[in-house]
Ligand binder design. Structure first.
Ligand SMILES: NC(=O)C1=CN([C@@H]2O[C@H](COP(=O)(O)OP(=O)(O)OC[C@H]3O[C@@H](n4cnc5c(N)ncnc54)[C@H](OP(=O)(O)O)[C@@H]3O)[C@@H](O)[C@H]2O)C=CC1
Ligand SMILES: N[C@@H](CC=O)C(=O)O
Length: 328
């Protein structure tokens, strides 16, 4: 008989619906590992809202079901409300899987000890279904990263790609929202803040485990015009929203800003809602990761992957427990 783990979900939107679908499709794999998830509840704001979830899904606005859960999956977004809901469970030593980079970036002082203890699994929070946090927290520990550049926001990349085709910024943003790429408040995307949240999460794994979100310099794409995109194209360049993290002796600089890149730059190979990350390190040399960076199913694939880690007793993506970046 498989071991039953009681699962509680916070959020049943774009990513939540994808997770429910994939959990069903992967039941046999979980059973092969000796586990079965029993879904206790899915917390939402509005129980009558139509949603693409399996029939019989226990949708509710009452978080009481969480008391009886062994594992929590947080996919609601926001900062303080999700933290308030998961904190008692982390304090009780229960694993939490989350895709919420805003909460991780902005409430590190509360979450850090639980992340260091391996209780928090958050692969989906950066580059969605493209695995980058787990390699950084495991096999890349033997290297020393000195420089990282990345396209971390699928919505902005989608908008910029559409603008290169002559589409308007406004129409492209609406389409990104319809496709489930954008945050509930899209200012987080177009203002560069979502990319800055993700850069902060990366910075803690590759550089300074105490790195602060406030230390990222942030410029978004919200003031770019079709003319800017056309002028760059006339010179064989493309505009991309780039996050950059550079080692400067014992400190780091981190910035998110639109950059004009040569059209054959590796980061330009990521189109539409895709993401890409290039890094250079002592040991590993240059590495390049690229893949889906936004959307329900691609993000759900990383969330469900983290749930497989939970059932296999593999810890979450732990930064090294050090107080500062000195001599890192
Ligand atoms: N979409 C994407 O491509 C990606 C998203 N993420 C992250 O995943 C998380 C979820 O994103 P996504 O699925 O797109 O978001 P959605 O807006 O589609 O879904 C959010 C869900 O959470 C519920 N919810 C929100 N606030 C509350 C609240 N206060 N109380 C109860 N329920 C609440 C909503 O309820 P209701 O349905 O009733 O409104 C909804 O079901 C976010 O942290 C996001 O940043 C990460 C990577 C990629
Ligand atoms: N809004 C985000 C979703 C994934 O993190 C994005 O567009 O990249």
């Amino acid at each position: 008989m498989p071991n039953t783990l009681h699962l509680g979900m916070l959020g049943g939107g774009t990513v939540g619906a994808g997770v429910l679908r994939l959990l069903r499709e992967r039941e046999n794999r979980l059973a092969a590992l000796g586990t079965r998830f029993h879904l206790r509840g899915v917390l939402v704001r509005d129980v009558v809202k139509p949603r693409d979830v399996p029939e019989g899904t226990p949708i509710t606005t009452n978080p009481e079901f969480l008391r009886d859960c062994d594992v929590i999956v947080e996919l609601m977004g926001g900062v303080d409300r999700p933290l308030e809901l998961i904190l008692p469970h982390l304090q009780a030593g229960k694993p939490v899987v989350t895709a919420n980079k805003a909460m991780l970036a902005e409430r590190w002082e509360v979450l850090r000890s639980f992340v260091e203890a391996g209780l928090v699994h958050y692969e989906a929070s950066v580059m969605a279904g493209t695995p980058v946090l787990t390699p950084l927290a495991t096999v890349l520990r033997g290297s020393r990263v000195t420089h990282l550049q990345a396209i971390l926001n699928g919505t902005c990349n989608f908008i910029l790609s559409r603008m290169e085709e002559g589409g308007s910024y406004e129409d492209a943003l609406k389409e990104a929202q319809r496709l489930g790429y954008a945050e509930e408040d899209p200012t987080l995307d177009v203002g560069g803040f979502d990319a800055a949240h993700k850069l902060t999460v990366l910075a803690r794994l590759v550089g300074d485990p105490g790195f602060r979100f406030e230390d990222v310099s942030v410029t978004g794409i919200d003031t770019l015009t079709l003319d800017d995109v056309r002028t760059a194209a006339a010179k064989g360049e493309r505009i991309k929203l780039v996050g950059e993290f550079v080692r400067k002796g014992e400190t780091w600089s981190a910035a998110v800003a639109p950059r004009r890149l040569p059209a054959d730059h590796p980061l330009c190979s990521a189109g539409a809602s895709r993401n890409a990350l290039w890094l250079s390190g002592e040991g590993c040399g240059e590495l390049f990761f690229s893949g889906g960076g936004a959307g329900g199913l691609v993000t759900a694939s990383a969330v469900v992957g983290d749930l497989f880690s939970v059932v296999s007793n593999v810890p979450g993506q732990r930064p090294l427990p050090r107080p500062s970046a000195a001599e890192w």
